[in-house]
Design a protein around this ligand. Sequence first.
Ligand code: UN1
Length: 498
Amino acid sequence: MKASNILSELGISHLAETGDIAVHSPIDGELVGRVASHSVADVDAALAKAQAAYKVWRNVPAPRRGELVRVLGNKLREKKHALGSLITLETGKILQEGLGEVQEMIDICDFAVGLSRQLYGLTIASERPGHRMAESWHPMGVCTVISAFNFPAAVWSWNAALALVCGNAVVWKPSEKTPLTALAVDKILKDALKAFGDAPEGLTGLINGGRDVGAKLVADPRSNIVSATGSTEMGRAVGIEVARRFGRSLLELGGNNAGIVSNTADMELALRGILFSAVGTAGQRCTTLRRLFVHESVYDTTVERLKALYGKVTIGNPLEQGTLMGPLIDEASFNRMQAALAQAKSEGGAVFGGERHTVAGNEKGFYVRPAIVEMPSQTAVVLKETFAPILYVLRYTELDDAIGANNAAAHGLSSCIFTTDMRESERFQSASGSDCGIANVNIGPSGAEIGGAFGGEKETGGGRESGSDAWKVYMRRATNTVNYSSALPLAQGIDFNV
Ligand code: UN1
């Protein structure tokens, strides 16, 4: 499918003609389109409109709000192939994963529609006679979403689908590397809003651009919630700024995710799980498997078999069927990968793969062979998140040491163990096991379903998105005590009579 056809099928050709942000596909370096940056004044206008829209939207019954998200999910179903293709074109992830990303959007819409008839509060036993205590959940205001290049559409949807059914307005600032996907999603959303009918104007907004508009969105008190996905460095700045004005932030930052391969592991399954998590999306997921601790008794065979599998990975144009790994997002990313490999060598690592790979016809793309690096210990480079397909492999003897090594990273997003021993898996998932937000057994750390809460601890930022009760972050809680008696007993038995 040609780029121009994809853009026209998504109805954004005319929107992608002029502008200061030039989008070059990582596949071949070709210009795909142009997008105009918004100004700080545009942010101001979008927030003002969003705030006004929220004041109307918060009074629309939640199940009716869910209807908008249901329509959005259906529109996404219609455009799944085109949008998945654009994601591939703009990020370089393989088409299967581009389609998977759109499916993740559809899934969260379905989830949010069901949620729109729930949003449950609790009733609480009151200590006072004739009193009823309950809590209710109300919309927060404007939810600002800042998303990264690697999931240019799904991250917005996890936030927007929930924020909208929860009664909020949504303003989105996508990565400067993937503004076309954002334009396409915005067009689908506008179609959904039109079909829905009576949503207030300005309920959703899109702001393209760089640091200036991002900084304005983050600092402005009208951004009641700031949900930011990206680097820890970015998240630290955003978190501090939002805290300064007592706003609410939801941070989904990096991961330096590990896996443990026990001597009892089902090796076929483990190898497939490791391959997908370490090589999928060219190592550019926040959930990518980056560190592997292998029991000493199966270490040599695991590494040998992994190397054989790595050798079979088809690297090339991600739009072509059969390709398992596309290019890195850009040259800077390639340079960071090479620097990490050089550092690993200097720290005693044995590097397999990792070199640039030429794909005929796509010479301008930064394709690489995925790397396996055997390390003597968790040196500085192992404890650093490099957003590239590098898998550091280390040996362990005692499970406790492997769990300790898993937890030694600054990030705390995802983790896994491959084992058939129930004691090991339970230990890994216990209070003294993995300290990550996601702890899996016999599957890799990446590729989570939307039904669970998604996010992690420590330098991952602590936020949770998507399923379970993550919706609560998009609402404010009010505790309501009602006295239906004709007396006024005070709590804690206080006597206050004149
Ligand atoms: C990300 O890389 O920012 O669990 C999110 C996963 C995907 C989400 C990744 N569902 O790998």
